[in-house]
Write a protein that binds this ligand. Sequence first.
Ligand code: PEP
Ligand code: MN
Length: 255
Amino acid sequence: MNWNFNVREIDVEGIKIGGSNHVIIAGPCSVENYEQITSIAIQAKAAGANMLRGGIFKPRTNPNDFQGLGIEGLEYLIEAKKMTGLPIVTELMDTKYLQAFVDYVDIIQIGSRNMYNYSLLKAVGETKKPILLKRGFSATIREWILAAEHISKAGNENIIFCERGIRTFEDYTRNTLDLAAVPIIQKETGYPIIVDPSHGTGIRALVGIMSEAAITAGANGLLIEAHTHPELSISDKDQTIDINELKLIINRVNK
Ligand code: PEP
Ligand code: MN
């Protein structure tokens, strides 16, 4: 079968997503405080990460869980970018903050729970910002592609897909990471796709091996949850790796 793996390149502050390289986006699930995000940024950069990601608005299933620092967290991300030069990626949940994201964020993440939020997709589609579109955890590939079309139809072609696992009957892992989606998305859409092995497995020990598998499948990059003290992470600690492990993974996938 002839699969077309050529995807367009999305430019993020001079870093190309979709070329022969693969980008490593790393950082904590949540921005927790100034010291946490700046020290992670510095160490992730030294480990070889290309971009910094940290959530400031967290879509938590349980409303009693930490909801993120909000705009205060954006200020810390901006500081971390100033210190390291790493472009910043964070999730937008509400169009109320769209202008702040357009002004200060380098990639706007649309989370799994908002893949079906068509008014949010249209709103980010009306900007020119690179959009990281995570797969809905119950979305078929077709539905995911149609979600991306809501963005492109509104005028924004700077789309990066992110496979983050889907909900199946399997409950050993947090989600079932669908790596076949990688070449399928590239062939069907011509957009780049990165893989999130952290949410894709929910298990720290599986992040490295699934990172390698994702790159073997042709992924244009990885989104990895990493923390200087994973066990102290306010959210998603079981799937968060330390900086040493991040460095080992980056070295392995760069080979
Ligand atoms: C996240 O990226 O931290 C997150 C909440 O992921 P998802 O939207 O894939 O669940
Ligand atoms: Mn998370």
